[in-house]
Design a protein around this ligand. Sequence first.
Ligand SMILES: [Zn+2]
Length: 245
Amino acid sequence: MIDAHNHLQDKRLDSFPNKVFTTSMVNGTCEDDWKHVAELAEKFPDEVIPNFGLHPWFVNERTENWEAMLNKFLDLFPNAGVGEVGIDKWVRDHYITVQQPIFETQICIAAEREIPLTIHCLRAFGRLKEILDRNPLPQAGFLLHSYSGPAELVEDFLKLGAYFSISGYFMHERKAAAREIFRTIPIERLLVETDAPDMPMPGDEIPNDPANIAPIYEFAAELREMKLPEFEAQIAENFGNFRIT
Ligand SMILES: [Zn+2]
């Protein structure tokens, strides 16, 4: 099983000694945690695919050096991706005018390097489409992690090269409508994630355990009316395609 999106470097997972047990796209979110992502990637080279990015929630904490530092980490790890980056109108004091140019800079870095790009978007999907329309994108596409946007935009994002990852968040009953989108996305564009330590499953608390990737796979396979081994093989193939640049 492959966890297409998580934050195993997060301090809240320090009490989980076996947190690195499967192939994981480990996403940095701010300059402070990039070094912890790098440490994990060095320690677990077979499991951890490092991603470095400035998350929209942390744009105000950036230093003048953020872009140079980001490029430095990407240089150090040729298998790295850019993530988690994006735009967010849900978070309080969201400074969209600050978020957007920083997001676009990071899209261009991923496109220029032809490396995977992982995108976070909340309540700004129309804006996201405009941004993706007018910027260069990595040829292998990009990941819209834990997609919560409108069904009407799915087709546009697919044409632009999107993959969509489903998380345990969609197991909540209140997310039944949003979950339906994951039933209709072409199966070859689907990935699975925990977002650990965030996005706990129903009945669970933060920190979300990375081991929850197993029940999330079961839930997603059932949603797609597929047998688990067949579903796992399909997701592995999808992940390979997303990673090929
Ligand atoms: Zn995340």
